[in-house]
Design a protein around this ligand. Structure first.
Ligand code: MG
Length: 269
């Protein structure tokens, strides 16, 4: 989601009940299986609109609704989000609109998808390699996943949101990459985007909310091979790197638990 600074920290972060967590696990199981299905369909020559069609078919057949379809734009005059998922290729960071573009061997493609099961959202993104990709691209994809894993370890009761942010940023920058600053992770539950905002970088003096067991968070590093700057295409949705460098995205919905081991909810049950 768009980074909005401190304003959202005034709101309460919801603590989910056992029943709510069960529903979010179910939502996450369906979403993870949908992403596995999409991964099997990522190939040279496949149109991004075909991935969107397959995702829609899977979601409705699973008694779910797509989370992203109809989300209001964050840029003046933008249409509501027109698709089931976001398909962002190469220098596209997030919010790539599915369409007639065909994937090519050597591309990296980030698929971001959310769904609603019995009123509860799950949100997840993976970056896939189309056929054989350059070592440089493969290294970026791996490092982005590792930045997520590192950040997840900060999702412990008593920590602050900035403990997640710092881990993500340190890891990505140690690997020679930069993290996107204009878009951030978020709380999730009955709304796709709930407080708190979860930046992938630390701002001076901004520690963020304190974490507690029962919070459900979408942690989602967006990592650029070049500089962190991004811009938005004339379609008013798609975010691309300003310097044209490759970008990757890795996201899971997870639960902060009392034992300090965060549980990934967007995973096959
Ligand atoms: Mg998200």
């Amino acid at each position: 989601m768009k980074h909005g600074g401190n304003d959202d920290y005034g709101y309460m972060i919801t603590i989910k009940s056992g029943r709510e967590i069960d529903l979010m696990r179910r939502a996450g199981d369906i979403l993870a299986r949908c992403l596995l299905m999409l991964e099997r369909n990522v190939a040279d020559g496949v149109a991004t609109s075909e991935l969107d069609r397959l995702a829609g078919e899977f979601v409705y057949a699973s008694d779910c609704l797509p989370s992203f379809l109809g989300v209001p734009g964050f840029v003046d005059g933008a249409p509501d989000y027109p698709a089931n998922l976001c398909v962002s290729v190469n220098d596209e960071v997030i919010h790539g609109l599915p369409g007639s573009r065909r994937l090519k061997a050597g591309d990296i493609v980030s698929i971001d998808m959310g769904l609603i099961y019995k009123g509860y959202h799950s949100d997840m993104a993976r970056t896939f390699c189309v056929g054989a990709v350059s070592d440089e691209a493969a290294r970026l994809v791996r490092a982005t996943r590792e930045a997520f894993c590192e950040g997840m370890l900060g999702a412990v009761p008593g920590n602050r949101v900035s403990d997640i942010s710092r881990r993500v940023q340190r890891r990505a920058e140690a690997d020679g990459y930069s993290v996107v600053r204009d878009f951030v992770g978020h709380g999730i539950g009955t709304e796709l985007h709930e407080p708190p905002q979860i930046p992938n970088f630390v701002s001076r003096g901004e520690r963020g909310e304190r974490l507690a067991a029962g919070m459900t968070l979408a942690i989602e590093p967006m990592v650029n091979a070049g500089a962190h700057g991004v811009e938005i295409l004339p379609n008013k949705w798609t975010v691309v790197t300003r310097d044209g460098s490759l970008s990757a995205h890795h996201e899971n919905t997870l639960l902060v638990t009392a034992d300090g081991q965060p549980a990934i909810l967007s995973a096959p049950a």
